[in-house]
Design a protein around this ligand. Structure first.
Ligand code: NAD
Length: 576
């Protein structure tokens, strides 16, 4: 862009008001002419008669104004459309400065972007100036942007003001991009420092590489529901161009049958390398027939522990169309939307010692240990408080500190202390778990973020399933801490188990698993709009009457797992 410092040239008075961008350059000329060619068509309707003959009375056709560089115009100059072409055509005509009492806003800022200086002066001064130009033999004026002054044809000085940044840009001949690039080195320095300090902000950019998503269908209904999830993932890959490398490994009983191991080393390597795992379910009567050594370790708990998936999010929502499916009264659950934040790597599931031993009298004694540290409680409580900040600002922390005075007491004290130190904007309440189980079925809408430890979270979320209508509807996300590379391990699974009672029948509800993939889109792939798209498709399928047996009313025709998958895919197609 040409620099604008000092301009001397003829000025032309055009004291009409509300000169709009269509008058400055008619739209039909934009079809055939480009920037640089628009000058002849500037003010076309006023300059030419119908036959293309110049109208001599029009000011810009008069010899003394033909080569004007400055236009002195009436109020609200450049109003109308946001087309940049109006500025281009004035520049192509030869103008470099427009003086008026006021301008159309967009036109005004477009001027600076294109090297044209707009000057606002009070109306009386503009009128005086226009009269002076007409009365003076030499219509020449000087505009000095450095000193912010106008020398009129008679030699009078008029001071003007303008936006300091825009002035600097014009003086240097830079548009907005040019002005930003002036700070290129500082921006790059800041970004490289910031990338180290807050790597998660840059994750999206980094994960624009292909994300590795691993499918572990597992046992029982796992393979049936995950087959539908896989179709949904493939739809997003094909239709929404999601860069996902989908991999699959046998896990659980099917792996035992194929490899003689519940989770072979190759599977473990895939698990560690995955950006996200889509898990079905674990649990089967067939485990009873495996050698004791193979059963010693629960492979799902191993994944949770070794990947440190401490943060388990379980959103529970009532879909309006499913109100009648619940055993709870519709008015009790209508509009319910809560988030259970469950600690997933501590507590009685992992505490030691744990044992089952024979006593001398032939009876047995069994021990499990519930254990929590301050750090374990703090990190999950922090998640709950952060989530509350983008929800309703309320957290209810659930414990059993009246009886389990050690672990429960530490839980309550730690959560309260953290809130008092760092989250005073959050309203925190505490509730005993037995009361909470009752409150969840009595008045679930009182809860927003429900924070709790491992065992209680497991039980309370099954209880909360009635708020959503069925256990088959609830998704979950289990996430580890942020790694230095900005990523985190994550596993997505429905909250239900392997449902051996219905496994193999093709009737399981796949929606909890499908909505777990929506959580994966939101939390691991950084694609909240795609997550909304999928959740919307599930809600639409339900509202059009798609019902697996678990959410069907007696009058409904219950559909299969696969038909439910079809219904979601059909709704996804509608969103394209
Ligand atoms: P479950 O969640 O498997 O089933 C409870 C009830 O809900 C059953 O009647 C079942 O038919 C029904 N149900 C569950 N999911 C459903 C779905 N998607 N659609 C329709 N109905 C559904 O719990 P369970 O029966 O107590 O346990 C069965 C096995 O699952 C056990 O081995 C248990 O250890 C295991 N389990 C695994 C997980 C997991 O994989 N994360 C969680 C819970 C239980």
């Amino acid at each position: 862009m040409e620099k604008f410092e000092r301009l001397t040239g003829a000025a032309a008075p055009l004291m009409r008001i509300n000169i709009n961008t269509d008058i400055i350059i008619p739209i039909n000329r934009l079809i055939s002419y480009k920037r640089g060619e628009l000058g002849p068509w500037c003010f076309e309707a006023w300059r030419y008669a119908a036959e293309g003959v110049e109208i001599p009375e029009f000011v810009l056709n008069k010899p003394r104004y033909r080569h004007a560089k400055i236009l002195v115009a009436g109020d609200n100059f450049g109003c109308g459309s946001s087309r940049e072409h109006a500025v281009w055509s004035l520049s192509d005509f030869g103008f470099r400065c427009i003086i008026a009492p006021s301008f159309g806003d967009i036109f005004y800022w477009n001027c600076f972007q294109n090297g044209l200086l707009p000057i606002r002066l009070p109306e009386n001064k503009v009128k005086e100036l226009a009269a002076e130009i007409e009365l003076t033999e030499d219509a020449s004026m000087t505009i000095d942007l450095k000193t912010l002054s106008i020398a009129t044809p008679t030699g009078r000085e008029i001071a003007f003001t303008t936006d300091p940044e825009r002035r600097e840009a014009l003086l240097e001949g830079l548009d907005d991009i040019g002005m930003t690039l002036k700070f290129d080195a500082q921006i790059r320095n800041h970004q490289s420092r910031d990338r180290k300090a807050r790597p998660w902000i840059y994750r999206r950019e980094e994960t624009s590489r292909v994300a590795r998503v691993l499918i572990l269908a597992g046992d029982g209904i796992g393979s049936e529901i995950v087959a539908e999830v896989q179709r949904v993932v493939e739809w997003f890959m094909a239709k929404r161009r999601l860069a996902i490398e989908l991999r699959e490994e046998l896990f659980g009983i099917s792996a035992w049958k194929a490899y003689g191991e519940l989770m072979r080393k190759e599977t473990w390597d895939e698990i560690v390398a995955a950006d996200a795992i889509l898990f079905g379910a674990i649990g089967s009567p067939e485990y009873g027939q495996l050698p004791a050594a193979a059963r010693e370790v629960d492979q799902l708990l191993r994944i949770r522990k070794e990947l440190d998936l401490f943060c388990n999010l379980r959103p529970v929502r009532t879909l309006a169309a499913l109100r009648a499916c619940s055993t709870l009264r519709p008015d009790v659950i209508e509009g319910c939307d809560l988030m259970i934040v469950r600690e997933l790597c501590g507590g009685i599931y992992f505490g030691t010692p744990r044992a089952r031993e024979k006593l001398a009298d032939g009876s047995e004694r069994a021990v499990n240990t519930c254990m929590y540290t301050t750090a374990e409680i703090e990190r999950i409580a922090r998640t709950a408080f952060e989530l509350a900040r983008v929800r309703s600002g309320r957290v209810c922390s659930v414990d059993k500190s009246n009886v389990l005075t050690e672990t429960g007491g530490l839980w309550r004290d730690t959560v309260q202390t953290l809130r008092d130190r760092h989250y005073q904007d959050i309203s925190l309440s505490h509730m005993y778990v037995d009361n909470c189980a009752m409150q969840l079925v009595r008045a679930p809408k009182q809860f927003d973020v429900l924070l709790t430890e491992n065992l209680f979270g497991d039980i309370l979320s099954d209880c909360a399933a009635m708020v959503a209508g069925s256990l088959g509807m609830l998704p979950s996300a289990s996430m580890g801490p942020l790694r230095p590379d900005g990523g985190r391990h994550a596993l997505y699974e429905p909250i239900h188990g392997s449902a051996p009672d219905i496994a193999g029948k093709g009737i399981a509800n796949p929606l909890g698993a499908i909505m777990s993939f929506a959580l994966c889109l939101r939390y691991s792939l950084g694609l909240p709009q795609e997550a909304d798209r999928l959740e919307g498709a599930v809600a639409a399928a339900i509202s059009r009457g798609a019902r697996t047996a678990d959410i069907a009313q007696p009058r409904d025709n219950a559909i299969s797992t696969k038909t439910m998958g079809d219904a979601v895919l059909k709704e996804l197609e509608q969103t394209q």
